[in-house]
Design a binder for this molecule. Structure first.
Ligand SMILES: Cc1cc2nc3c(=O)[nH]c(=O)nc-3n(C[C@H](O)[C@H](O)[C@H](O)COP(=O)(O)O)c2cc1C
Length: 166
């Protein structure tokens, strides 16, 4: 059972979540692909696909959106997990709906916003300004929810053991 986690990250938090998923899902059979690296990979080589990204000013990284559009048909053939990182909790559901296509959301076995982090040491001047203005926060803040990550992985593991095609 091989799992691919395909993601994009701005300050590293989505990657941190990908590494945690790998730890929980099985180090040996879980492979991470950062879309920014552009290294080629073959979706056919994996049994389960997980797609992750983060929200900035309401938007998921374009790379992730483009990947979903280009590979919709393949993604519909396998167990799928979709996750986001974000800090604006009241908007989690709306951001999920707005940023992942409905057809993939309906197909997904697990779908979750894992929380996120404000990492001021990694932000540029404008990002700091936006975060301060919108959230009133001016220091780094950790808000990743490990329980959500665990339950996300559990749902995907469950479908793997039940699915007749695997
Ligand atoms: C400039 C900026 C804008 C952001 N806008 C949003 C937002 O609209 N909604 C939200 O839920 N989180 C927002 N966040 C929080 C990020 O989603 C959070 O920092 C996340 O952990 C980033 O993950 P990454 O490092 O993988 O990109 C914003 C963060 C920054 C720095």
């Amino acid at each position: 059972m091989k799992t691919a986690i395909i993601y994009s990250t701005t300050h590293g938090t989505t990657e941190k979540v990908a590494l945690r998923i790998k730890e929980l899902a099985g180090q040996e059979n879980t492979f991470l692909f950062n879309l920014k690296d552009g290294s080629p990979f073959d979706l056919d080589a994996f049994d389960t696909i997980i797609i992750g990204g983060s929200i900035h000013a309401g938007m998921l990284q374009k790379r992730v959106k483009d990947f979903c559009k280009q590979h919709t048909l393949e993604l519909l053939q396998k167990p799928l997990g979709l996750y986001l990182c974000g800090m604006n909790e009241p908007e989690y559901d709306a951001q999920m709906e707005k940023n992942f296509p409905q057809i993939l959301r309906q197909h997904a076995t697990a779908m979750e916003t894992m929380g996120g982090e404000f990492l001021f040491d990694k932000m540029n001047f404008f990002q700091k300004l936006i975060v301060k203005k919108v959230s009133g926060i001016s220091e780094s803040l950790y808000k990743l929810n490990d329980e959500k990550i665990q339950s996300f992985v559990f749902k995907l593991k469950d479908v793997k053991t039940k699915s007749p095609v695997l």
